[in-house]
Design a binder for this molecule. Structure first.
Ligand code: NAP
Length: 243
């Protein structure tokens, strides 16, 4: 009898934040198709359930309510996943907001800066801190921080100062990637950042050149890196790029 070929991710559990739409939804789909057990994170319970139902044909997908800006929500969600799945192998910090279009560094509302940092930086940090004890215990973890080319310092230098809160949140997320990777070297927990490119989503708009499939490709690749893979780097199209 021919042996059924097991998908490479079988047995692994992946949590993707902000996965009810956009790039996160597509990352969830692609990881489910690779055989991972996907936990689709959404801050609205109904949105999460609706999105998870859509992905049923793609594999094992369950929804979990998680607002990355709310410490109690993160604590509760990670506890619930631990109870239900027993482990978390992959964390994709994808949830993100962009609220400072048309603003520049000299005049941007600092409230908007705080709001942006709370989701894009502290949110990813908070979820990582909550998941890391499990990953360390397992001696296996893949953390993918969905960043942006707009967070690179060279891009900021040529930007005219636009989107200051968003840029800074991603620059800081890149730095967090370096710090976590430096701390976790040797524990088989790989931490990388990714620029998905400019992607057609609610955030990216209809005029963006890339599909969500293209935007999700490198995050999915980083989420499934083999042991000894790169850590503490920023990638675009599966290639390392400068910070
Ligand atoms: P999107 O369509 O606007 O989706 C953003 C997702 O994040 C939504 O699911 C949203 O949930 C969720 N979210 C926002 N705040 C949250 C919170 N506090 N807790 C949990 N989830 C939250 O954006 P996208 O284009 O797919 O972006 C995904 C990631 O890629 C972001 O980190 C973004 O910065 C990055 N990125 C995007 C592009 C692009 O061109 N699209 C380029 C570079 C980087 P709700 O539905 O509840 O609002």
């Amino acid at each position: 009898m021919p042996q059924e070929k097991k998908p490479s991710g079988a047995g692994r559990v992946a949590l993707i934040t902000g996965a009810n739409r956009g790039i996160g939804f597509e990352i969830a789909r692609q990881l489910a198709r690779r055989g991972l057990r996907v936990v689709l994170g959404a801050r609205e319970a109904n949105e999460g359930k609706r999105a998870a139902t859509k992905l049923e044909p793609d594999g094992s997908v369950i929804a979990e309510t998680i607002d990355v800006a709310d410490a109690a929500s993160v604590e509760r969600a990670i506890g619930a996943i631990r109870e239900r799945c027993g482990r978390i192998d992959v964390l994709v910090n994808n949830a993100g907001i962009l609220v400072d279009s048309g603003q520049t560094a000299s005049g941007v509302s600092l409230g908007d800066v705080q709001k942006t940092l709370d989701v894009n930086l502290i949110g990813a940090w908070r979820v990582s801190q909550t998941v890391l004890p499990l990953m360390r215990k397992q001696r296996y973890g893949r953390i993918v921080n969905v960043s942006s080319s707009m967070g690179t310092l060279s891009d900021a230098a040529g930007s005219g100062g636009g989107w200051p809160a968003y840029r800074l949140s991603k620059t800081a997320l890149n730095a967090l990637t370096i710090l976590l990777a430096a701390e976790l070297g040797g524990e088989n927990v790989l931490v990388n950042a990714v620029s998905p490119g400019w992607v057609r989503t609610r955030m990216g708009g209809d005029g963006a050149p890339r599909s969500v499939e293209e935007g999700a490709d490198t995050p999915v690749w980083l989420a499934t890196l083999p042991e000894g893979g790169p850590s503490g780097q920023l990638f675009l199209d599966r290639r390392r790029i400068d910070w």
